[in-house]
Design a protein around this ligand. Structure first.
Ligand code: HEC
Length: 149
């Protein structure tokens, strides 16, 4: 085996290890990190969410989710992508919004998403959702998250 190949293998092991390091105590994904430490990537830098959940936004968000997301995501089990039932409690609102609106930037830069890509081996496509619909989807996911706490 050449030195080059050995180095390439070591690099792969290092990447896999850095992704798996946080998964030992968690069950749902291999890439959980404390919310507060995360740098924000993508075009949405701040999302204001109130303490209450807006039911009319939840309803619209649910409809968008059914047409644009449910082909790959379920709430409580992994599918083509991760289960999203608790995503709004595990991740920041900015993270969720950027996954929807600026998917490519997140896949390229965010360590959590890079690790998810390694695990799921499918690149989430940008679903061309507008910002209002994305915010409604976030509200729907917040409701699902609240029901699971
Ligand atoms: C073609 C399949 C596909 C579609 C459609 C899709 N996703 Fe994804 N999604 C994925 C995959 C796969 C991942 C894991 C990251 C990766 O591999 O790119 C992911 C990751 C995510 C994450 C991060 C999950 C976590 O645990 O951090 C969120 C949030 C998300 N998707 C939301 C959505 C929403 C909302 C929609 C609809 C607007 C959607 N996705 C549509 C496949 C998809």
């Amino acid at each position: 085996m050449t030195l080059h190949r050995i180095l390439a293998m070591l690099a792969t092991v290092a990447v896999l290890t850095s992704c798996g390091a946080n998964s030992e105590t968690k069950t749902d994904t291999a890439a959980d990190m404390p919310k507060a430490e995360k740098k924000v990537y993508g075009k949405i830098t701040k999302v204001d969410v109130g303490p209450t959940i807006d039911e009319s936004m939840v309803k619209s968000g649910h409809e968008v989710f059914e047409t644009k997301c449910s082909a790959c995501h379920k709430m409580d089990e992994r599918y083509v992508g991760p289960a999203l039932g608790t995503v709004a409690t595990r991740r920041t609102p900015e993270y969720v919004m950027n996954m929807i609106l600026d998917t490519e930037t997140m896949i390229q830069n965010d360590d959590t998403v890079k690790c998810l890509l390694q695990e799921y081996l499918v690149q989430m496509p940008n679903q061309s959702v507008d910002e209002k619909d994305a915010r409604n989807v976030l509200e729907y996911l917040r409701k699902e998250g609240a029901e699971r706490q």
